[in-house]
Every structure is written in structure tokens, then in C-alpha cells.
Design a protein around this ligand. Structure first.
Ligand SMILES: Nc1ncnc2c1ncn2[C@@H]1O[C@H](COP(=O)(O)OP(=O)(O)OP(=O)(O)O)[C@@H](O)[C@H]1O
Length: 384
């Protein structure tokens, strides 16, 4: 998504050294370095325990979509349920807006789940005998809001998620996608600070799934809502995530933007995970950019934005038949040419190989290149 620049760095959730261990005397596992270092099979045979979340630390920043991705059993649901203590953590700290979640009493926890961090589940959790409107109003009802006011508020949210006209239907009279919209509307109705999604779209057929993903993108763009989104689907993660935490065996193997995960995988596991991703659709032109070689090159050719994908730049370069300029607020940051863009598609563009290529050609390595001041040019043109 393009919204990273607008997300501030204030954390909504701040998680440090979090563990969730299932099994007998679970608490001894994080406390004992020898047990904590065992692999899943070793831990199970020594202790009978499973570390569903092992020593995980991250922040969820205000306004971002934070995706937790990983294969089945990697610990995604357990991790996200620990955030509001739907599952009780074994060790570590969790704060929401600086407040210690593990120190909250029952009343405070209830308020956290009702007002501050609402969960949207895969299986909707709708009440079958209630209408759409009353399902959406449910969260407001348990907050103690009066009937007229909550129905008015619910009607607004129902319209917002595209269910206008269906207010009086019951869940059984809706399609899967429509039911998921009701679930989403119910979470939104309480106007939570953060929305937590547990694989909400995995049961939907692909077209409806895409609709719902776009709904999430729209909500994020229009309302700047903070979201934590669990998925095992890489495409979904790349599409929705400002940042992605990739989990394996309870740990986070890499945390980064889609571009960082696809462009600089942390290890072979991540590399294998992202192998089939069309790189040009995820990596931005910054990956392929070099300083303009002349004032003329900085002043001519089609313009692209710094967050344009390589694929968009390829289109611009092909149409124009020339190098494209990367423009940010009228300033030329650098240029991209067809050869560098093709390198990205071919997977030859990671920092290591570019540095090696540059050294072979006797040119400065990328890190040094950034020191060079490219010729700048100002223009009023609108980049693609
Ligand atoms: N209540 C439990 N008791 C024992 N083990 C559990 C319990 N809940 C989860 N686990 C184990 O913890 C690990 C992580 O499970 P979790 O459900 O968090 O994974 P997930 O990534 O969300 O998987 P999925 O995508 O299949 O939902 C798994 O090995 C699972 O078997």
C-alpha cells in the first residue's frame, strides 16, 4: 500500500519478548535459556510443551496495516489473541498506548476488547436470530448505548460497508461475503482504535475476497485506521500490509515492508516463501534508480513517483522509449532505465549483486553512490 508515509511512528501496540507456551508447567520454558533454545520437536519431547509464540517483539504503529503472515500452525492466531489476552501470554510485555495490558483487571480488559481493539473473525460470529442492523448494533448495545442512538449509528456503518437495503435480513439470508461485511461493520461500529482481523477472508471465494480486501484498503485510506491482519496468503499480505511480520514455528523470521521482504529476504526460508512473487509488482523504482548522468537526463523523459512500482516504470519507459525520471515534489531523485528495470524483473537487482556489478564496472558501490549529488531539476509535471 502507498500509505506508509502517512503512518506516524507512535506505537499503538508495543510487544516485547512475548511467549505463549502450551503444555505442562509452561512458565519454565521462557525462564530457562536451555529450554527456550530447543527446536519445536526437542521442546515437545523434553517438556511436552508447544511454544506457539516464542520471544516475539514488535510495535504496531498508529495508522498502519500490520500483517501477521505465516503457514498454518506458525502461531499467528495465538500471537494476535495474546494482544488483548483472549489467550493469556506466558511471558513478555504488551502495552497499548503505553498502558500495560498484562496488568489490566477484568473490567479494563473488557473495555479494551470492546472499545479499543475490536476483533473481526473468520467465522463472523453473527447472532443468527438478529437482523443485520441489530447484529451491527450489538457491540453498542453491550456498551450500554440507547436503542435509537445505536440503531442510527449501526445504519451509518451498514451503509459504509455497502450493505444498504439489507438491514432487516438475517445472517442466513446473506452470502458469505455479505456476512463478513456484517462482521466488519460490527467491529467498526464501536469505532475502535485498532481492528484485529483473524483470517477474515480465507473462507470467501476469490472475487468476493478481492472486494473485501479493497474494502480494507479503502477503510485504511479514508479513515487511517490501525489494523492488525492475520493471513496465510502471501498475495493478501503484500496487498494489504504496510509492514509484514513473517512467522515460523512461533518466531518472527522477518519484519519489514513488502518491498523489504520481497527485495531482501532475511534467510532462505523467506526467500523460498517469496520466490514466486512478481518482483516488479512489489518493488518500487527506488530499487532500480541511479543518479542522472547529466542535467539533460534529469530534465527529460517521463516522470514516475518514488513509490511507483517497477512494473509501472517499465510501462512509462517503454511508452517513451527513454529513461524515466523519479520525481518527488518536483525534485528529480534519480533516473531508471530499461536495463536496471529488467534486472529487477530477472532478480538481479538486490543490493549485493548491484554492488558487485558496480565494482566490476569500476563504478562506486550503491552506498557511495548515494553520496553523489545528482543534478536536480524542478518541474510542475504530474508523475505517474
Ligand atoms: N490450546 C492449545 N493447546 C496446545 N497447543 C496449541 C493450542 N492452540 C494452538 N496450539 C499450537 O500452537 C501452534 C500455533 O497455533 P496457531 O493457531 O496460533 O497457528 P496459526 O498460525 O494461527 O495457524 P492457522 O493458520 O492454522 O490458524 C500450533 O502448533 C498449534 O497446534
Amino acid at each position: 500500500m502507498m500509505s506508509t508515509a502517512t503512518a506516524s511512528t507512535t506505537p499503538v501496540f508495543s510487544v516485547e519478548g512475548l511467549w505463549k507456551v502450551f503444555g505442562p508447567k509452561a512458565g519454565r520454558v521462557p525462564a530457562d535459556p536451555e529450554l527456550a533454545a530447543l527446536d519445536p520437536a526437542g521442546l515437545r519431547s523434553r517438556t511436552g510443551c508447544t511454544a506457539a509464540v516464542r520471544d516475539v517483539s514488535f510495535d504496531v504503529r498508529k495508522g498502519e496495516v500490520f500483517v501477521v503472515m505465516g503457514l498454518s500452525g506458525s502461531g499467528k492466531s495465538t500471537l494476535v489473541r495474546c494482544l488483548t489476552r483472549l489467550i493469556e501470554p506466558t511471558a513478555g510485555t504488551i502495552a497499548i498506548d503505553g498502558e500495560d495490558v498484562r496488568a489490566m483487571d477484568r473490567a479494563r480488559l473488557r473495555a479494551l476488547r470492546r472499545h479499543r481493539a475490536a476483533m473481526v473473525f473468520q467465522h463472523f460470529g453473527l447472532l443468527p436470530h438478529r437482523t443485520v442492523l441489530d447484529n451491527v448494533a450489538y457491540g453498542l448495545e453491550i456498551q450500554g448505548m440507547g436503542r435509537a442512538e445505536r440503531r442510527e449509528r449501526a445504519a451509518e456503518v451498514v451503509a459504509k460497508v455497502g450493505l444498504e437495503g439489507m438491514e432487516r435480513r438475517r445472517p442466513a439470508q446473506l452470502s458469505g461475503g455479505q456476512r463478513q461485511r456484517v462482521g466488519l461493520a460490527r467491529a467498526l461500529a464501536v469505532d475502535p482504535e485498532v481492528l484485529l482481523f483473524d483470517e477474515p477472508f480465507s473462507a470467501l471465494d476469490p472475487l468476493i475476497r478481492r472486494d473485501m480486501q479493497e474494502e480494507v484498503v479503502r477503510l485504511h485510506r479514508d479513515e487511517g485506521r490501525t489494523m492488525v491482519f492475520i493471513t496465510h496468503d502471501l498475495q493478501e499480505a503484500l496487498k494489504l500490509g504496510d509492514r509484514i511480520a513473517l512467522m515460523r514455528d512461533g518466531g518472527v523470521v522477518q519484519l519489514g515492508t513488502p518491498e523489504e521482504i520481497v527485495g531482501s529476504p532475511a534467510d532462505d526460508y523467506v526467500r523460498e516463501f517469496v520466490r514466486d512473487v512478481p518482483r516488479e509488482q512489489v518493488l518500487t523504482v527506488r530499487t532500480a534508480m541511479r543518479p542522472a548522468s547529466s542535467a539533460e537526463e534529469a530534465a527529460t523523459g517521463p516522470a514516475v513517483r518514488p513509490d511507483a512500482t517497477v512494473s509501472q516504470a517499465i510501462e512509462a519507459v517503454s511508452r517513451a522509449g527513454s529513461t524515466a525520471r523519479v520525481l518527488d515534489k518536483g525534485r528529480c531523485l534519480g533516473v531508471v532505465d530499461a536495463a536496471a528495470l529488467l534486472d529487477v524483473v530477472a532478480g538481479l537487482s538486490d543490493a549485493g549483486s548491484r554492488a558487485a556489478g558496480a565494482a566490476r564496472a569500476g563504478a562506486p558501490a550503491p552506498a557511495e553512490r548515494r553520496e553523489l549529488k545528482p543534478p536536480t531539476a524542478t518541474t510542475t509535471e504530474e508523475p505517474v
